[in-house]
Design a protein around this ligand. Structure first.
Ligand code: GLA
Length: 668
């Protein structure tokens, strides 16, 4: 854990993006700073892929162009987030250290000519990244332009796992540290199964491709090891920088768009959280996925500031169909991140690149130049964010938490599960979307953390649950909390072994129910749930045979293998209530259920117009309601105060234009 380093130099909401001037002439640099000023840009990320142009040969640094660039930016009032380019080692590095290439699960050596870090366990790579970070920080720690350090780029992608010999070796060391004895490892991994018992540490390998499914506990430990190694690389660079520099240090996460890193652990290691988020085009409500990313970024920081390090002004270039943003969409996306706590709105990238793999990616300054819709909207947004200076540092509060546990996701994603239809992403999205549509702001949380601040905790996908975490959830309910647990939860322990006593056993007391048998359905089959009042909820793909241990039945299956049997239960435990939902209800069907759950929890819904997203940031003297209208019609929000973007007084109500945004200050 680092000492918090605040956000010292920048007042207000920072605005800008990745800047790759090494791809351009000096003349273009001079044009860039003029246009940056015009667009309200005050922060750019520099040097993220510049290793080969700075350390021109091993230990030989040429900082001349970076000196010139940082001075130019500083003279023009643009601050710098200075990157270490360790996601992209130079050709000379791999020529000298061919063993540092990553080897994938199928045994393929990853080549050069792309990007993606070297082996996280390569001694040569570790030495090189520390040398670079040290040299960079020595040179620029006191440069007045530098306000933030940006280590590496998106740890875990495009490659995280490494099956090279040095990685296997490091994995053995990590296992020895974790288990101390081979007996401990054999027992945790259940190696009696299929005759995998180990008699020597040297016999243990990485879980590479094998004739059939590889031991799931081994794979889970390899995922943990990978996360640990990547973080060790980050920490090595961070500490090398910290020797010289006082500015905050971060690395850019991909909240809900990458799964190799346990962001709860990473959140403890950064000074401020930063996130990259890109809309997923096939999702017609991609702004809801965006809200998940923003809420998760805020949550993993545990109260630290967070910033949006990258998003796109319009289309990306790496999806099957790259859909351009429609007018106003970029501002709506930005204001959603801002509303959910981001204190900087940054893009990939400032100027669209002419060469290389990303030339079809949108930018703040597109190939079409300044006479373009995108640049006009970019400049407009820069001006708007300039009006929101006073909101910087204010916080977001939530009454509801959704459990988000990367280790459980890693375990659940392994092979040979009861059905391929179960997806933690899908279940989290369904419950989150219900809460989003009901206007309820959520935090994400771990099952083992203190949950007492929340009125309601939802566990949409907690496949893996340790006994200690189950006790924590039980205590939370006993103390008055409301808990909702969805199916295929509390199935296994931390070694992916089924809990003694069966599925759901650790939560049996609090839920008043357990699971006798999983009853997955055939593709396309439905599983309606009839409620006491006669209402029928739509459900599909999964049922469970439940055994009641004191819970009341809220709904029973109307069809399928469990027809007539309990589907949804409710149990009082101590001062609280615990719900169990043993099937997949869609977001609409969840409405009926969640209304009953909100009533138990004392969570109120605001009754906002459909499609109007409203989030509140709380400052010392005022609170700010950020309204994002996703509709094609105007939406009326009941409010009093002052709208900051249009600088108008608000009495009683404010009309948020179709597709528009508003920020309304209410003085306390
Ligand atoms: C990631 C990377 C950027 C860029 C964008 C494109 O977020 O960090 O360098 O490649 O994707 O969307």
């Amino acid at each position: 854990m680092t000492t918090p380093h605040a956000w010292p130099e920048l007042r207000g909401i920072a605005y800008g993006g990745d800047y790759n001037p090494e791809q351009w002439s000096r003349e273009t640099w001079r044009e860039d700073v003029v246009l940056m000023r015009e667009a309200g840009v005050n922060l750019v990320s520099v040097g993220i892929f510049s290793w080969a142009l700075v350390e021109v040969a091993e230990g030989e640094f040429d900082f001349s162009w970076l000196d010139e660039l940082l001075d130019l930016l500083h003279e023009n009032g643009v601050h710098v987030d200075l990157g270490t380019p360790t996601a992209s080692p130079p050709a000379w590095f791999f020529a000298k250290h061919p063993d540092a290439h990553v080897i994938d699960r199928d045994g393929r050596t990853m080549g050069f000519g792309s990007r993606g870090m070297a082996s996280h366990s390569s001694a040569a790579y570790r030495e090189a990244i520390v040398r670079y970070a040290d040299a960079l920080a020595t040179r620029y720690a006191k440069h007045p332009a530098v306000v933030l350090w940006h280590v590496h780029n998106e740890y875990g992608v495009p490659v995280g796992e490494d099956y090279s010999p040095q990685s296997v070796n490091a994995f053995r060391g990590w296992l020895q540290e974790k288990y101390a004895t081979l007996d401990g490892l054999n027992s945790a991994w259940g190696t009696a199964f299929w005759g995998q018992h180990y008699t020597a540490w040297e016999h243990i390998g990485a879980p590479a491709a094998a004739p059939s499914v590889v031991n799931p506990a081994q794979r889970l430990d390899f995922a943990r090891f990978t996360d640990h190694q990547l973080r060790a690389c980050y920490i090595a660079e961070r500490d090398a920088i910290r020797v010289h520099a006082d500015q905050p240090i971060t690395t850019n996460f991909m909240a809900n768009q990458s799964w190799t890193t346990d962001l709860w652990a990473w959140g403890r290691e950064v000074d401020i959280v930063s996130d990259d988020h890109y809309l997923w085009a096939p999702d017609e409500d991609a702004h809801i996925g965006l809200s998940i990313a923003a809420d998760l970024s805020r949550s993993v920081g545990g109260g630290k500031p967070w910033i949006l390090m990258e998003h796109s002004t319009s289309a990306v270039n790496w999806q099957p169909r790259n859909i351009a943003k429609r007018p106003g969409e970029m501002a709506r996306n930005s204001l959603t991140h801002f509303g959910r706590g981001a204190d900087a709105i940054l893009f990939f990238q400032w100027r669209a690149g002419r060469s290389g793999a990303e030339k079809f990616h949108s930018a703040m300054l597109p190939h079409a130049g300044t006479n373009s819709r995108v640049f006009r909207e970019v400049a407009q947004l820069g001006g708007d964010l300039g009006r929101l200076e006073e909101v910087q540092g204010s916080t977001v509060e939530a009454d509801v938490a959704i459990l988000w546990d990367f280790e459980s996701f890693w375990a659940q994603d392994l092979e040979w599960r009861p059905t391929d239809d179960i997806s933690h992403q899908e279940r989290i999205r369904a419950y989150y979307e219900r809460l989003w549509r009901d206007g309820i702001t959520v935090d994400f949380a771990l099952p083992g953390q203190d949950l007492s601040q929340y009125k309601l905790v939802v566990a949409p996908a907690q496949y893996m649950l340790t006994a200690a975490d189950a006790e924590n959830l039980t205590r939370y309910v006993a103390d008055g909390g409301t808990l909702l647990v969805s199916y295929f939860s509390a199935v296994v322990d931390e070694n992916d072994a089924v809990h003694p006593g069966g599925f759901l056993a650790p939560l049996r007391d609090v839920l008043g129910v357990d699971v006798e048998e999983h009853l997955p359905l055939r593709a396309g089959a439905t599983a309606g749930v009839a409620l006491g009042g006669g209402e029928l909820l739509g459900a599909d793909h999964w049922q469970e045979a439940l055994r009641l241990h004191g819970a009341d039945v809220f709904g029973r299956y109307s069809q399928g293998p469990a027809a007539g049997e309990p589907a949804i239960t409710r149990n009082t435990h101590g001062d609280g209530t615990a719900w169990y939902v043993s099937t997949r209800l869609d977001a609409d069907s969840l409405k009926t259920l969640m209304n009953a759950v909100y009533a138990d929890a004392g969570v109120s819904t605001e009754g906002l117009p459909e499609g109007l997203e409203v989030i509140t940031r709380h400052g010392a003297d005022a609170s700010y309601r950020i309204a994002v209208n996703h509709n094609e019609q105007d939406a009326v929000l009941a409010a009093d105060g002052h709208e900051l973007l249009s600088d108008t007084e608000v009495q009683g109500s404010f009309t948020v234009p179709a597709g528009g945004v508003a920020v309304i200050r209410t003085t306390k």
